[in-house]
Design a protein around this ligand. Structure first.
Ligand code: ADP
Ligand code: MG
Ligand code: MG
Length: 210
């Protein structure tokens, strides 16, 4: 698959929804350790709503850009916790940066780069603060570095980078979100949001290769 069209984005959203549901207990356990134990539930509910919005948008023949805007809006309005509005804003902003019926590796890097910038602005977190930014930023860097590699290959590199970023959160002290209330006691736990971000990038990679 060289380019991401609406059908491919729909497959990605379904894969992300399935991954989040399959890992709900793990995400909740991570959030129980350093947060309030709702990350798995929040994201399962949010991605289920996002999937429904995605099906509607795909059925209406919407291009990937407005498609992601609709999906992001569904995430924002269906999740109460911090992560829903953050993920929703990423997808809405990425959607606004996509034009036309397909996106190649470079276009996806630009769009998700815009999403990352919006995530940073909204949440105020930078790499090293032990949040989803720690997985998202290296994934965007990998997409940018992939240049004109085929999308499936670039997405695999992005997913690898996101997982490495996810693992890098374990020794960190949280500086944003609920986990920051724990101070040094947040050290030694993997961040739930970085974990779900890695799942979403792996879902993209897998949806492009199968
Ligand atoms: P809540 O903390 O409101 O219960 P969730 O449990 O759904 O929300 O999500 C928690 C995750 O959200 C954290 O693990 C972290 O990755 C991410 N997060 C929280 N606050 C921020 C922030 N200010 N910037 C970026 N990510 C954040
Ligand atoms: Mg929580
Ligand atoms: Mg909460």
């Amino acid at each position: 698959m060289g380019e991401l069209d609406t059908a491919a984005v729909l497959v990605w959203m379904h894969a992300a929804t399935a991954a989040v549901a399959a890992h709900e207990a793990e995400l909740t356990a991570l959030d129980t350790a350093i947060g309030d134990g709702d990350h798995g539930t929040n994201l399962r509910r949010g991605f289920a709503a996002a999937s429904l919005a995605a099906e509607d948008a795909a059925a209406a023949g919407t291009d990937p850009g407005p498609f992601l805007i609709a999906v992001g809006g569904a995430l924002i309005s269906s999740v109460g916790g911090a992560a829903g509005p953050l993920y929703g804003t990423v997808l809405r902003t990425a959607g606004k940066a996509l034009e036309g019926p397909t996106a190649d590796t470079a276009a996806l890097a630009v769009a998700l780069g815009a999403g990352l910038d919006a995530l940073r602005r909204l949440g105020g977190a930078e790499v090293g603060d032990k949040t989803m930014v720690d997985a998202f930023a290296p994934a965007v860097d990998a997409l940018r570095a992939a240049g004109d590699l085929p999308l499936a290959e670039a997405a695999r590199l992005a997913a690898d980078a996101a997982e490495e970023g996810m693992r890098s959160t374990t020794p960190l002290r949280a500086r944003k979100g609920r986990a920051s209330y724990l101070g040094d006691r947040s050290i030694g736990h993997q961040d739930p949001g970085a974990t779900s971000t890695a799942l979403v990038f792996r879902a993209l990679a897998e949806s492009l290769t199968t």
